[in-house]
Design a protein around this ligand. Structure first.
Ligand code: SAH
Ligand code: F3S
Length: 484
């Protein structure tokens, strides 16, 4: 687990997020983001709201007027990381006594005002649906009072807020399309911290992408806890759709339609999306993916466990057989598709047999990548209330390691499939290992590195894949692709 979590950590966690400076803004904001991509995008929304209030971002905590940390509650370890980080803020505050500290995101929502008691350094607690209230809340804090807003909303999608891009490479960006989740997987805290599911007006999504397009961005990832469940019928919660007028129901836009609209409107941009819950994924989406070259041939399709008993206990509303049938259909329609997984090892009541079912399912699918975790009980979830966290830690760890080892074999297997082929790669930055090499991804989301030659950041390049490790393809550019 540690190995894999580190990969995620390095990418987004604990780095100060920076953006262009707005002239005339005198106050300084230090903001960092933990957890999922949605949090990262929320931090961009927060930075946009605070830019209007006179804040510019800074990478130096000791000159900050306001320090914000966007938090994750998904596992106990994620929360512990944030608490350790708050200890570090204590040191900074000694040298910079004017600094105010706020917590945003899922931990803010889960702990509410309790945060103020538990962590003395915290002045401000703001849940994921309350960022529009930040100007008022910051005013309170500046006047020396603590401030809390953790109200969840039926409507909020921040549709009209133009996020400022933080630590952007100027090439790829996230655009949120849904908020919240109605799925109620028994292990998961997200429905409690992010509220009920609601979708964003497709017009505002297209407008945001247009603005990214005009700024020369090349790749958009559509984000949601559960993107396949996207449904716009004029606003409101997904669960209230059946109560909407006939007209609203008849003109509703679902995820396949949204994807089709985006890919058609911006044929030179690449589209990705995350995350898909198998129970909400339709073959319509796969057909739309097949129709458009600019929709990447990669789906993150978490299953959590390969055992029917476990899927049932987790309240995942499909069986192992239904999942395998979906995967078979996906590979049939798009043979070059790559899939990735999330797995939880050692959920309540998991037997050795259940674990073997997981390994067996992985053998059948051969995912190209995975995010794998030991089960971590989260307060307030159905599993915490009704089930016993009865798999000993040692066994959880051993099973997790077996899952990780198998995934590494499969990642190598999938990587090798690319060797010898010429693939289109979007250049996203300089390779970490060498100044002389570019780094980008092929359509299947596998990282490709190759010598820079005269190519530029943001170019679409055809690259011949010469070699690979389980995580990286190495190649040589053979020319620009026809997408430039
Ligand atoms: N649909 C979401 C899933 C959010 S949680 C998305 O957009 O990614 C991400 C992953 O964390 C889940 O798929 C699951 O594998 C893992 N996870 C969630 N709750 C967990 C828990 N209590 N213990 C261990 N892993 C958990
Ligand atoms: Fe969590 Fe399940 Fe939703 S994992 S985010 S409740 S789809």
């Amino acid at each position: 687990m540690d190995q894999i979590e580190k990969v995620i950590d390095e990418k987004i966690q604990g780095k100060p997020l920076l953006t262009e400076q707005k002239e005339g803004n005198a106050k300084k904001l230090f903001i960092e983001s933990y957890g999922c991509q949605m949090n990262m995008n929320d931090s961009e929304i927060v930075a946009a709201i605070l830019a209007e209030e006179g804040f510019n971002t800074t990478g130096n905590i000791e000159e900050a007027d306001l320090v914000l940390v966007n938090t994750c509650s998904i596992r106990e370890k994620a929360e512990q990381t944030v608490r350790n980080r708050l200890q570090k803020y204590n040191h900074a505050k000694k040298r910079n006594p004017k600094m105010k500290v706020g917590v945003l995101g899922c931990m803010a929502e889960r702990l509410k005002a309790k945060f103020l008691e538990e962590e003395k350094i915290v002045d401000l607690v703001v849940g994921p649906d309350a960022y529009r209230d930040l100007p008022n809340l910051v005013e309170e804090v500046e006047a020396g009072r603590d401030a809390v807003n953790v109200i969840l909303s039926k409507e909020e999608t921040y549709a009209d807020v133009s996020p400022v891009r933080l630590n952007s490479n100027g090439v790829s960006a996230f655009v949120s399309i849904t908020r919240g989740c109605d799925n109620m997987c028994t292990f998961c805290v997200v429905p409690f911290t992010r509220g009920r599911e609601r979708s964003r007006d497709p017009k505002s999504i297209i407008e945001e992408i247009r603005s990214m397009h005009d700024q020369n961005f090349k790749e958009i990832t559509l984000l949601g806890q559960n993107v396949d469940s996207y449904l716009w019928y004029g606003g409101g919660l997904k669960k209230d759709f059946k109560k909407a007028s006939e007209m609203a129901q008849a003109t509703a836009v679902d995820f396949a339609q949204l994807l089709d609209m985006c890919a058609t409107e911006f044929p030179k941009m690449r589209f990705r999306f995350s995350t898909s819950n198998p129970q909400d994924m339709t073959l319509d989406v796969i057909h739309v993916m097949a129709k458009h070259k600019n929709i990447c041939k990669y789906i993150h399709l978490p299953i959590q466990s390969g055992s029917n008993q476990m899927l049932k206990a987790m309240n995942r509303l499909h069986t192992r057989e239904e999942y395998l049938e979906l995967v078979e259909n996906i590979y049939k329609i798009i043979p070059e598709m790559n899939l990735s997984q999330d797995m939880i090892a050692g959920f309540c009541g998991e037997t050795e047999e259940d674990h073997k079912d997981t390994l067996d399912l992985m053998e059948k699918v051969k995912y190209s990548f995975g995010f794998m975790f030991a089960y971590s009980e989260r307060p307030g979830t159905l599993a915490a209330k009704k089930m016993e966290d009865d798999v000993p830690l040692e066994i959880k760890k051993r099973r997790l390691q077996e899952i990780i080892n198998l995934q590494q074999e499969h990642s190598l297997y999938r990587a090798k499939e690319h060797v010898g082929k010429i693939q289109e790669v979007l250049i996203e930055g300089t390779s970490k290992k060498s100044e002389n090499e570019w780094k980008g991804r092929n359509t299947q989301n596998t990282v490709v590195v190759f010598p820079k030659e005269n190519y530029k950041l943001g170019d679409f390049v055809n690259v011949r894949i010469d070699d690979c490790t389980s995580t990286t393809l190495k190649g040589t550019a053979v020319g620009h692709s026809d997408n430039n």
